[in-house]
Write a protein that binds this ligand. Structure first.
Ligand SMILES: *Cc1c(COP(=O)(O)O)cnc(C)c1O
Length: 398
């Protein structure tokens, strides 16, 4: 179909009209089970009553003032994030990639202000995804992200994930920080092991480096902890958050310890829209739900139920499923001999939304509020999807 849009997305021929909880309905009224949640964004499902009410009330009051004035919802959200996470300082932005930009700038400015401007390089991981700005694609360095967009920004060194010796070798007197996704999302739902996360923290301590976690996809309750790094019992210096933080309202945050944020002085950074009253009102409403007693326990419980179902699915279909991996409600099914994009399209045709990822993986990123019946339903739809894809193979086999 020809379109007036730039052709950067190969969009499926489906358009959605409305949603409710874990379900979404297309313009023809057909219902789908949403195990994509807009790529880990709609964590509380669609049309959550508390979010809808908050947005409607705020829309009638005040949308935008700029950061030249105090924004009470913003102060409150920052205070609550500080109270409930490692963070001591917050900066609000409009998207994930802006949170990454802020994280990178915060790390570089820290060493500049300490009189060590030569410490400005950041070590990142192969298979990483940090967004689409020039800095973010330069950081990730993946061929498919950078081709045609050079010259890239200097200052990034890449190592393979899981190899602490390689990480150690990459550290030089110019290294400022190490940046990792505790669970790589786009790269194929690869959780970094707790031992590796602890090793990265130890290397940062030993060499006086800042540890940056990109928690844009795996944070805000997605793995059953507020942030995925918590599973490893370590504390980073800087965290980029977005996606689930707004429950569908676009915003992000750069969180840091007071020490790491010490270079972010008046006038050094800014944003016109970031932290606006609409976004901050919704952000507080999302946090109201996330902080409810038992919310994260539910994520852990339902995630274990989904993981068990997927493991069972994998063992019954080991000819086409190589592995199930991930953490919490960020799960990947690594396929064998099936194309992830075709599999995602077949799932859509069967009424189930899932997302593709790198390394031949399909991603399951359901809203955190799903219950067992929805998991059971997803498994039925996955079985149907697989049957529709492997019909020919099985017919040939006899
Ligand atoms: C989605 C994502 C980003 C980029 O976020 P945008 O809001 O698209 O800019 C960065 N890092 C990770 C890990 C992500 O999943």
């Amino acid at each position: 179909m020809t379109s007036a849009l730039m052709s950067v997305y190969r969009q499926a021929e489906v358009a959605f009209d409305h949603g409710k909880g874990a379900y979404i309905f297309d313009v023809n009224g057909r219902q789908y089970l949403d195990f994509n949640a807009g790529i880990a964004v709609s964590s509380l499902g669609h049309a959550h009553p508390h979010l809808v009410k908050t947005l409607q009330d705020q829309a009638a009051k005040l949308w935008h003032t700029s950061n030249l004035y105090r924004i009470p919802h913003q102060d409150r959200l920052a205070e609550r994030l500080v109270e409930n996470t490692f963070a001591e300082k917050c900066f609000f932005v409009n998207s994930g990639v802006e949170a990454i930009e802020c994280a990178i700038k915060t790390a570089r400015k820290y060493f500049y202000d300490k009189g060590q401007p030569e410490k400005n390089r950041i070590i990142t991981l192969e298979g990483a995804f940090h967004g689409r700005s020039m800095a973010a694609i330069s950081a990730a360095g993946q061929e498919k992200l950078v081709t045609g967009f050079g010259p890239l920004l200097p200052g990034f060194d890449r190592v393979i994930p899981g190899d602490l010796e390689a990480m150690k070798m990459a550290i030089t007197p110019e290294t400022a920080a190490i940046m990792v996704e505790p669970v790589q999302g786009e790269g194929g739902v690869n959780p970094l092991s707790d031992a590796y996360m602890q090793g990265v923290r130890a290397l940062c301590d030993e060499h006086g480096l800042l540890m940056i976690c990109d928690e844009i996809q795996c944070g805000m309750g997605r793995t059953g902890k507020m942030f995925a790094f918590e599973w490893s019992g370590i504390t980073p210096d800087i965290v980029a958050a977005a996606k689930g933080i707004g429950g569908g309202f676009p915003f992000g945050a750069c969180l840091a310890t007071a020490e790491a944020a010490s270079g972010m002085t008046p006038g050094s950074h800014g944003t016109t829209y970031g932290g606006n009253p609409l976004a901050m009102a919704v952000g507080n409403a999302v946090l109201d739900e996330l902080l409810k007693p038992g919310f994260l326990d539910h994520v852990i419980d339902i995630a274990a139920y989904l993981k068990a179902a997927l493991d069972d699915f994998a063992s019954r279909h080991h000819n086409v499923v190589e592995a199930v991996r991930g953490r919490g409600l960020m799960l990947g099914v690594k396929l064998r001999g099936l194309d992830p994009r075709e599999t995602v399209a077949a799932a859509l045709a069967n009424g189930l939304l899932v997302a593709p990822a790198g390394d031949n993986v399909i991603r399951l990123l359901p809203p955190l509020i799903i219950e067992r019946p929805q998991v059971d339903e997803a498994m039925v739809l996955l079985e149907k999807t697989l049957a529709s894809l492997t019909q020919d193979v099985e017919n040939d086999a006899g």
